[in-house]
Structure formats: structure tokens, C-alpha cells
Design a protein around this ligand. Structure first.
Ligand SMILES: Nc1ncnc2c1ncn2[C@@H]1O[C@H](COP(=O)(O)OP(=O)(O)OP(=O)(O)O)[C@@H](O)[C@H]1O
Ligand SMILES: [Mg+2]
Length: 307
């Protein structure tokens, strides 16, 4: 649904986006992750037709964003990182104003606005002034506005910024719901863990270049092959010695009551290892998988330690 190919954007001598390529298939939620200044907003603005690329191309549903900006705009809903609201309008009036601007037919306007207000849980706020909304409410209002023309593609630039934990959870649920309605979504964030459980795939951007892209599971498998297992035993030295016989195992750490090992085999190999250790008389009191720390992994990726 969204194809970005060799996309580059320079501002004078400065390269903000440097030859990035990725695709987002229909119905996917793609997380665009990167630190400040990585080029997320620039890329999203190009895909949204608000900025022209220096070279390379971006297509939405097969349409080039430079050649067919009008048609692309009709398909997408873009939520900018900072959006102002107008003075003197309440929530209903604000949405009604934009429904008019987006040419939602007059006869359908009321039901459309009711629909997006329900989806974004704004019903109770319909008579509140847009300028008096809290940050979280305002984000919901901007998102509601983005949904008015029923776009099939959503491009959301840091929609969770400034939201409290509850509002973030609600936003995640809302995005998942929009995804299940078949919308294709690109959503940016600085924080990998914030998007990890909601995105079907992610792209990690750093200094204008795409460091890695794909499903979280495939990225983890690529960056962190094998799993780390912690084997609990009161004979760690002996256990480490016995483990050395397995080619699929690499002992990472011998602690006081556990051995940490990197393991590249499958469940059967794990069972075989446990059996062999037991036969060798090594007391095993537990075996657990260490959870990969996504935050830590993200820092390593963006520090350039992992490629
Ligand atoms: N109009 C512009 N003129 C000059 N430089 C620009 C312009 N817009 C963006 N840049 C530069 O391009 C780089 C990428 O900016 P961009 O806003 O895309 O980053 P970002 O990943 O969205 O960052 P953030 O997480 O802070 O929102 C930055 O170094 C920024 O200063
Ligand atoms: Mg940005």
C-alpha cells in the first residue's frame, strides 16, 4: 500500500533522509522509530505530499506522491506532530468545520462526525472548547479530524507524545482497532517498546538512514540470534563444563547459582541438554528464558553497535 524507494531529502547541504526504502502492505501497522532528528517527520511529510523529495520516490496505493498529490491526499489521513486548534470552536464545531473542508457530503456529515467521535471517545466532550482540551483530549480530537474523510491510510506523527500512561494504552487500543478495520498505518515514536506490541512491522531510522526494518520478531532474530537461557543449579561450574559439549550452546556467564547460555537450537535441543545434564548428575532446579530487553536493543541499534 505504501512504497518508499531510495527516498532522499536534503535541506541545502544537509541530508535529512538518505536513500531509504521500505514497504507497508495493506492493513499493516508500521512503526517508524528513531531518535530526535532521525528523519521520521521528514519522511512522513513526503509520503503525505506535504514535502517534495529531493530524489527517490514514494507511492501510496500505486500512485506517486509527486505526480498525483490530490489523489494521494484523498486516501490518507495525516496527523502532524504539532497541531493547533482554532479559537472559539467547540469539539463538534471543529469537526464539523473540517468535515466541510474535506467535502464530506452535507447529508452524511452528522453521522460521520458521530462515528469518529464515538471511535475516539469524544462524545462527552462535544460542547467543550477545542482550545480548553487537555493534551490527551486534544490528540484524540486531532485524530478524529484525521479520520473524517475515512482515509484508508493513516500517517500519524508521534500521536502518543505527551500522553499519560492510560491515554497511551487507550491510543494503542484505538490504533489496533483502526488496523483491524483494514487501514494501513504508519506511526512514529522515539520508543520502540511503545509500538512493539501493536505494530506488525517496524523500521528503525537513524541519522536519515534505515538501520533495519521488518517484524519485531525477525529483527530480534537477526540482531540477537539464539535465545538466552538461565539454567539454575547449585553446581554451576560443573554445569558449564557439561554444556561445553553442545555445539548449539555458548556459555555466556557462570554465576553463583545459575549458568547463562546462548542457545541457537530448538525445543528438542533444550530437552536433550536438560536430559544430558541430569544424566551427568548435575542438579537442575530451573530453566528459564531471559526476556530480550527491547529498550536496550534499541539503544544498541541506534548507537550503531548492531547492524
Ligand atoms: N525545513 C528544514 N530545513 C532544514 N533542516 C530541516 C528541515 N526540516 C527538517 N530538517 C532537519 O532534518 C533532520 C530530520 O528532521 P525530522 O524532523 O525529520 O526528524 P524526526 O525524526 O522527526 O525528529 P523528532 O523525533 O525530533 O521529531 C533534522 O536534523 C532537522 O533539523
Ligand atoms: Mg518528528
Amino acid at each position: 500500500m505504501i512504497e518508499v524507494s531510495n527516498l532522499t531529502k536534503t535541506f541545502g547541504p544537509f541530508t535529512a533522509v538518505s536513500g531509504i526504502t521500505f514497504t507497508v502492505p495493506r492493513g499493516e501497522i508500521f512503526g517508524f522509530i528513531g531518535p530526535n532528528g532521525a528523519g521520521k517527520t521528514t519522511t512522513m511529510r513526503i509520503v503525505s505530499t506535504l514535502l517534495e523529495p529531493t530524489s527517490g520516490m514514494a507511492r501510496v496505493d500505486g500512485l506517486d506522491v509527486v505526480e498525483f498529490p490530490e489523489r494521494v491526499r484523498r486516501m490518507i489521513g495525516y496527523m502532524p506532530d504539532y497541531a493547533g486548534v482554532y479559537d472559539g470552536l467547540d469539539v463538534w464545531e471543529y469537526l464539523d468545520f473540517f468535515a466541510g473542508a474535506y467535502a464530506v457530503p452535507r447529508a452524511k456529515r452528522r453521522s460521520t462526525i458521530e462515528g469518529v467521535m464515538e471511535l475516539t471517545d469524544l462524545g462527552g466532550l462535544r460542547h467543550k472548547l477545542a482550545t480548553s482540551l487537555s493534551k490527551g483530549m486534544r490528540q484524540r480530537l486531532i485524530l478524529a479530524k484525521t479520520l473524517l474523510h475515512d482515509p484508508s491510510v493513516l500517517i500519524l506523527d508521534e500521536p502518543a507524545a505527551g500522553l499519560d500512561p492510560r491515554a497511551r494504552i487507550e491510543l494503542r487500543a484505538l490504533l489496533k482497532e483502526l488496523g483491524s478495520m483494514g487501514k494501513t498505518i504508519i506511526v512514529s515514536s522515539h520508543i520502540l517498546t511503545e509500538l512493539a506490541d501493536m505494530c506488525t512491522s517496524v523500521g528503525i531510522l537513524e541519522k536519515g538512514a534505515l538501520v533495519t526494518a521488518g517484524s519485531i520478531a525477525s529483527i530480534l532474530a537477526r540482531l540477537n540470534p539464539g535465545r538466552v537461557l538461565a539454567l539454575r543449579t547449585w553446581e554451576p561450574a560443573k554445569a558449564a563444563e557439561a554444556l561445553a559439549a553442545f555445539t548449539s550452546v555458548q556459555v555466556v556467564e557462570v554465576g553463583e547459582s545459575a549458568v547463562k547460555l546462548n542457545h541457537s537450537g530448538d525445543e528438542r535441543d533444550v530437552a536433550a541438554i536438560v536430559r544430558a545434564l541430569a544424566v551427568a548428575g548435575i542438579p537442575i532446579t530451573g530453566l528459564e528464558e531471559e526476556k530480550v530487553n527491547l529498550e536496550e536493543l534499541f539503544l544498541r541499534i541506534t548507537r550503531g553497535e548492531v547492524q
